[in-house]
Design a protein around this ligand. Structure first.
Ligand code: SPD
Length: 365
């Protein structure tokens, strides 16, 4: 009798445990079975470079999908990285350059793209379909590309100042003292000095980087400002006559002021591509992918290039791009010129060295 009682109690305990487990499984089931549903987005927050899209593209997207686009801007990849690393969670799309995509992937800051939502990826040119910084376009889609070189006032320079010597050779720069700008950008400005010295702009040699630092410090008295936002406007305003900057920004300024022009230095410069990526913290991934797919349409991609004067990675856009842009060798460089250009790459452990050098250049008197 006692044995039967003990057995019954054990059976009762076991059933209670099983019921408890089942209850727990039932409670946990929805989270495991289905990912959290995104609410239909009414807003899309983009963190972009300034003046990097025709605002009409935002308006047309808003009208078509009823999603309001809110843009915030940054001036360098490092500023973008710092903001995302600090946990800024409000962005659905960001626009890092090539090497920064690599860094952000390694730091786990980006969401993988759902390619099923971005069928217009097929419109990309082969050159941009499988970039080394994001193989298979797992995380991002190339947005625009361009070069970094020299912008100038063609009334001051009869012949294009096609050498970094105009900025870095003290004898030449002295002639334009206080009338020169350089980008406020560690990798770009140290990169220009490295190119002038004949080194790779991805060097990790401390000696070469120290040499570039000394050159930048020696050049500083001739510099009006380190500026990545209005370097082209400063030529238009006659504040400066020459500067280090991004191709499209100078060409765009030339639409209103035909004295402004741009040249790729003979020593070479930077070729870069900026990319649309979704931060891991975005709550509107579907809407972000909808926008990416939207701007990959040939006519929209061309509209963006016709506004920014930067190259489009969408090959099918070419037939809609103004011939003046398509035929400009400083926007779509020849294969020969391309050989003189270098992509900025993630320099890994040497990154703090670049940052220290840039801080020292900026702090020097
Ligand atoms: N006004 C838009 C400029 C975009 C420049 N991005 C290029 C970064 C290359 N390091």
């Amino acid at each position: 009798m006692k044995k039967i009682l003990v057995l019954s109690m054990l059976l009762l305990a076991l059933s209670l445990v099983l019921i408890g487990c089942q209850g727990q499984q039932e409670a946990a089931a929805p989270a495991e079975a289905e990912p959290a549903q995104e609410e239909a987005a009414t807003e899309l927050h983009i963190y972009n470079w300034s003046e990097y899209i025709d605002p009409e593209v935002y308006t047309a997207f808003e009208e078509e999908y009823g999603i309001k686009v809110i843009e915030d801007t940054f001036s360098s990849n490092e500023e973008l990285l710092a903001k995302i690393q600090a946990g800024a969670a409000g962005y659905d799309l960001i626009v890092p350059s090539d090497y920064m995509v690599e860094i952000m992937i390694a730091e786990g800051l980006l969401a993988e793209l759902n390619h099923a939502n971005v069928p217009n990826i097929a419109n990309l040119s082969a050159l941009f379909s499988d970039p080394p910084f994001d193989p298979g376009l797992t995380y991002c889609v190339p947005y625009q590309w361009g070069t970094t070189g020299i912008g100038y006032n063609s009334e001051v320079f009869e012949d294009a100042p096609a050498s970094w010597a105009y900025i870095f050779d003290p004898a030449m720069a002295a002639e334009y003292e206080g009338k020169i700008t350089m980008l406020n950008d560690s990798r770009e400005s140290i990169g220009a000095a490295l190119k002038y010295l004949g080194y790779s702009l991805n060097t990790t040699s401390e000696a070469e980087l120290e040499e570039a630092k000394e050159l930048l410090i020696q050049t500083k008295p001739f510099i009006f400002s380190y500026d990545s936002d209005q370097f082209e406007d400063l030529i238009a305003a006659d504040e400066v006559v020459i500067g280090h900057g991004w191709s499209g920004d100078y060409f765009m300024a030339a639409v209103d002021d035909e004295r402004i022009w741009y040249v790729i230095p003979e020593e070479g410069g930077v070729v870069w591509a900026d990319n649309l990526c979704i931060p891991l913290t975005s709550k509107n991934q579907d809407a972000a992918e909808l926008f990416i797919n939207y701007i990959l349409q040939p006519e929209i991609a061309a509209q963006i290039t016709n506004f920014t004067w930067y190259g489009s990675p969408v090959e099918a856009a070419n037939e809609f791009i103004d011939p003046e842009i398509l035929e400009e060798p400083a926007i779509y460089p020849s294969a020969e010129t391309m050989e003189r250009l270098e992509w900025i790459q993630d320099v890994g452990d040497a990154t703090p060295l670049y940052e220290r050098i840039w801080t020292e250049v900026k702090a020097s008197e």
